[in-house]
Design a protein around this ligand. Structure first.
Ligand code: SF4
Ligand code: SF4
Length: 702
């Protein structure tokens, strides 16, 4: 092979750089906080405001009536949700503190099936079904639901995408709920049966992080919030002023207490606790004092109390220590801070949900109560075991999809078995040229119509880039098993690469390859003149596809989204997945390639296809040589080389395994004693031999 001129490389590098900048700009992601601000009320009806997305997994606290009411989250940020296409799927959803989903909205997807056949209204109505679902229960499509699973109606014709969306919402909701303590003890019968409080776990966290992950809970009340419930308690003149900004946290776990109090005060606190005692930190700003003054007389705080289930626990003045400030990073100035000990004898369970009640005295002597819901995040639980419902939600998704696609799986399995038979019986088949050509025509039609246009099973360089990324960031079979047909094809290609090289996919199973070949056949039938580039030019164009693949691969290591944008060099999505129902520049590009292919057979496969290049790289590893050659091939005869649809045969007769698509054309010629000169000669010699004398074969007794 000749060396590519430097200028060609420079041009490619420049194009790549330009494309990177262009695609990078095109794929710039929207700011999640801005998206959240625009849609928070759709996914969390009644939300007053949402805090910033933060914590692990990322979620934004949502407030109603000044108090934390739940969280909003993006599924792609939480579980890296990806669609059937392998590209991101992102749903913005909300979850209330009782574990009920408050709403969901699809904010990003690249699912071709949803883009072409499903209206926006149908998509959003599918997503809207998640409102009101309990994250503790598994959710299944109505057609697949069993047992006590909640049912949602799938999108007609897009069942797998429906399953993927459903899984993204439920897995993310569950991850957020667990991290924020929403699925803590009491969430399910067995959820926390074996859990204990982890007082030792500690990682540095500032005030904002502790607020974001639910370690510190907050209740903000304005004067107007209190005035209606407790007449005379708040000034009616300034309704918007903060009546109280109340914070509460269980200080016993080191992950909370040490971060709020600092090492020295936390050690002092823990030394003073008896076994089973818990420490609560309560602090506030605002006009109202949560401590009041009555505790000086009665020994008990009358404005705060703990409510857990049927139990109400009053806090005693003798178990209280006043603090002037919190030394923890980022902690605000607070007007009132108290550290309270809750004795073990009170029956308080730190792992179970509870409520801090703020009792505001009204002018008539009665108290109005405002609750601050408290749930300990899972970070501080040791040995929590998921209950059976949770396990069902965590169960991998792919078996469901394989079951749902069992018909398609069976058809593809049969086709692959048939292809293996063709390959093993190739010598017998290629001797019957007409039968073989008819069989190939049927197979290519199946590949194009059923595999490509109907089932959408077109391999792409995206699959390779995604696979490589997953090796770097954490490989999971579950993800690759989500698309049964693509998984089967890749498995088949991986095995057959060792036996036959790249050709089995390119020659038989690639829908776009089949489309090019069928169109080329039709063109030749109609008398369109074919152009065969001189071998020198042809050979110099081969490397372009390798550069395309290596460029995409390098780009994916730097910015996978940009690489995904550049994979559009493959017209597969336009011509096969979307069947040309796309914006005109894409259609023009795909149609242009097909048009050139009418004159230069498989033009795209020969010079541009990055997937073909990726498959060609390991093609030389193949263990067997199945294509037969004669001594005369190349030296005395060029017929096979001339008839090879992709010019994979060198002028010296060698077959280039990187370029061969295993169409077996050359093998039909190899056995054809009307085309192959050595065989013609042998046949003529045979035919010119005189027949044995009739007398010698005369029937006896004649
Ligand atoms: S070279 Fe590309 S388009 Fe051609 S058959 Fe192979 S994978 Fe398909
Ligand atoms: S004609 Fe022969 S060498 Fe050319 S692609 Fe087909 S099988 Fe390969």
């Amino acid at each position: 092979m000749t060396i590519r001129p430097l200028s060609e490389l420079r041009l490619l590098a420049a194009l790549l750089l330009w494309g990177t900048l262009w695609a990078g700009a095109a794929s710039a992601a929207a700011d999640p906080n801005a998206v959240l601000a625009s849609h928070v009320r759709e996914v969390f009806p009644g939300a007053e405001r949402a805090g910033p997305v933060s914590g692990a997994p990322p979620a934004a606290p949502v407030y109603t009536d000044g108090a934390l009411a739940g969280y909003a989250f993006f599924t792609h940020q939480v579980v890296r949700s990806a669609g059937y296409s392998g590209k991101p799927v992102d749903v913005l959803a909300g979850i209330a503190l009782d574990g009920i989903l408050t709403g969901a909205r699809l904010v990003e997807h690249h699912e071709p099936i949803l883009a072409i056949g499903v209206s926006e209204a149908r998509l959003q109505s599918f997503i809207a079904q998640f409102r009101g679902l309990d994250v503790r229960r598994p959710v299944r499509l109505a057609t697949l639901a069993q047992g006590d699973a909640a049912r949602v109606d799938g999108i007609a014709g897009a069942t797998v995408s429906s399953i993927v969306l459903s899984d993204a919402v439920m897995r993310s909701a569950r991850a957020v709920a667990r991290s924020r303590g929403i699925l803590g003890a009491g969430a399910g019968a067995g959820a926390a049966a074996a859990a204990t409080l982890d007082t030792e776990f500690h990682q540095p966290a500032d005030w904002a992080a502790l607020l974001a992950d639910g370690s510190v809970a907050r209740l903000t009340l304005a004067n107007r919030d209190v005035a209606a419930a407790a007449a005379g308690a708040a000034s009616p003149d300034r309704p918007q002023d903060v009546f109280i900004d109340l914070f509460a946290a269980l200080a016993t776990p080191a992950g909370i207490g040490r971060n709020l109090l600092g090492d020295r005060d936390y050690a002092r606190l823990m030394n003073g606790l008896e076994a089973g005692d818990q420490a609560l930190l309560i602090a506030a700003n605002g006009l109202f004092s949560f401590k009041g003054t009555a505790f000086n007389r009665t020994g008990t705080f009358d404005r705060i109390q703990i409510v857990q289930g049927e139990r109400t626990i009053r806090l005693g003045a003798d178990r209280h220590r006043r603090l002037d400030k919190l030394p923890g990073a980022g902690a605000p100035e607070l007007r009132e801070i108290g550290l309270f000990t809750v004795p073990a004898a009170s029956g308080f369970d730190a792992l179970a949900p509870w409520r801090l009640e703020l009792l505001v005295p009204a002018a008539d002597g009665r108290f109005a109560s405002f609750g601050l819901a408290m749930r300990l995040p899972d970070l501080y639980r040791r040995g929590a075991a998921p209950d059976s419902a949770a396990a069902a939600i965590e169960a991998p998704l792919w078996p469901e999809i394989w079951a749902q696609q069992s018909g398609r799986v069976a058809i593809l399995a049969l086709a692959l078995v048939a292809l293996v038979l063709i390959l093993f019986l190739q010598d017998a088949l290629v001797r019957r040229v007409r039968a073989y050509l008819a069989l190939r025509l049927v197979f290519l039609s199946f590949t194009l119509v059923w595999l490509g246009w109907y089932a959408g099973a077109q391999l792409s360089t995206i699959n390779i880039l995604t696979f490589a990324q997953s090796l770097l960031t954490g490989f999971s079979w579950d993800f690759f098993l989500l698309n049964p047909l693509i998984f089967m094809l890749w498995s088949f290609v991986a095995v057959t690469l060792l036996f036959w090289g790249r050709g089995i996919y390119c020659g038989w199973l690639c829908p776009f390859g089949a489309l090019q070949e069928l169109l080329s056949r039709a063109a030749r039938r109609l008398g369109v003149r074919q152009w065969r580039p001189p071998f020198l030019v042809h050979e110099r164009l081969w490397p372009v596809k390798y550069v395309a693949f290596l460029g995409l691969f390098a780009l994916s290591l730097h910015a996978i989204e940009t690489a995904h944008a550049w994979v559009e060099i493959e017209p597969f999505k336009t011509a096969i997945i979307l069947q040309f129902a796309r914006e005109w520049p894409f259609v023009l590009y795909a149609a242009g390639l097909l048009a050139v292919g009418l004159f230069v057979e498989r033009f795209f496969c020969r010079y541009l296809c990055p997937l073909g290049a990726a498959l060609a790289i390991p093609a030389r590893l193949r263990m067997f040589e199945w294509l037969k050659r004669k001594r005369q091939c190349g030296s005395e005869c060029q017929i096979c080389a001339v008839h090879c649809p992709v010019q994979a045969i060198h002028p010296d007769g060698r077959i280039n395994p990187n370029e061969c698509i295993y169409c077996l054309n050359c093998q039909t010629l190899y056995y054809d004693d009307h085309v192959c000169p050595p065989l013609i000669e042998r046949r003529k010699r045979r035919e010119s031999r005189p027949l044995p004398h009739a007398a010698t074969i005369a029937p006896s007794g004649g």
